[in-house]
Design a protein around this ligand. Structure first.
Ligand SMILES: N[C@@H](CCC[C@H](N)C(=O)O)C(=O)O
Length: 295
């Protein structure tokens, strides 16, 4: 097979998403191909969702998720909504099961262009996040930056929602330059797989504002998994109840941490335009697109 391959440019409340559907095709995306696609005219993304043939019965696709720096993530909430919305439009279905490297994701059409994704169960154990050393209480770990007696940021909540997150509780998410502090925290030695870094401000028992420095992508207008991470951490530390509206620079997401310990994320997904990738960008393989072990 040769020629250009089409992709779809979408966004989830401003999180820039490319969906590349390689189902039924031999091409495979690696880190170099991901970076090359991001450099194409119109190819820019925060995350690229690559769809391969399903490996689990009942699923529509096996997804791999690339950050713009070529690194892989096991979770992307906004991108998952985009993939699901596209599947709904393509098939007429109102429910789709997708497989990421973090597990199976049930996505349902919530109406008015919104999609609900069951993002799974949060993990709070220090080794699951992962952290480089044991912490018994991950609601507020001993990590601070700035002077010892007047830290700029301290005591983040940490959680894994398919990917690692640290949430710093602040009075004003705009008061600090996250673009300057973010890279240092993302790459802090405490986070052996790096981490997504959020500043969160609770505005009501059912609302918080959030600003995110994403691992592998930098400052973004929205991050769905960070919204999930902040919501469960806010509920776990009794800052909010179990359903919150999370306001990000690009828009709002509604997150519910259910009594069954599942995280439900609801928000919009928008189509922007279609684009094309030259076939030469790809590696060609007969291997499975999603070969890593499932959790
Ligand atoms: N924007 C995404 C999260 C993307 C993955 C993240 N940068 C990571 O490396 O873990 C979302 O909407 O969840």
């Amino acid at each position: 097979m040769g020629g250009d391959l089409s992709f779809v440019k979408m966004n989830g409340i401003g999180n820039e998403i490319v969906v590349l559907d390689l189902r039924g095709r031999p091409e495979r995306v690696d880190a170099a191909a991901a970076r090359a696609i991001a450099a194409l005219p119109g190819g820019w993304f925060d995350q690229m969702m690559v769809l391969y043939d399903p490996v689990t019965p009942g699923t529509a696709a096996a997804m791999r998720i690339f950050n713009v720096d070529g690194s892989e993530s096991f979770a992307c909430g906004n991108g998952t909504r985009c993939v699901a919305a596209r599947e709904f439009a393509r098939t007429g279905a109102s429910r789709v099961l997708l497989q990421s490297r973090a597990g199976l994701l049930v996505c349902t059409d919530a109406g008015d262009g919104a999609v609900t994704v069951d993002m799974g169960t949060p993990k709070f154990g220090w080794a699951d996040i992962p952290l480089a050393e044991p912490f018994h209480d991950t609601r507020a770990i001993e990590l601070q930056i700035g002077p010892i007696d007047a830290p700029i940021l301290h005591s983040p909540s940490v959680v894994n929602v398919g990917n690692p997150h640290a949430i710093f509780w602040v009075d004003d998410v705009e008061a600090l330059d996250l673009g300057r502090i973010g890279p240092m925290l993302e790459n802090h030695p405490l986070f052996p797989e790096r981490a997504n870094i959020s500043l969160a401000h609770v505005t009501a028992p059912d609302a918080l504002t959030l600003k995110v420095w994403e691992r592998g992508a930098g400052l973004t207008r929205a991050c769905g998994s960070a919204a999930c991470a902040a919501a469960v951490s806010a509920a776990r530390t009794r800052r909010t109840g179990r359903t919150v509206t999370v306001s990000l620079p690009g828009g709002d997401l509604v997150i519910t941490w259910t009594d069954a310990d599942r995280i439900l994320m609801t928000g919009p997904a928008e189509h922007e335009y279609d684009g094309a990738v030259p076939a030469a960008v790809f590696a060609v393989s007969t291997g499975a697109g999603l070969s890593a072990p499932m959790r």
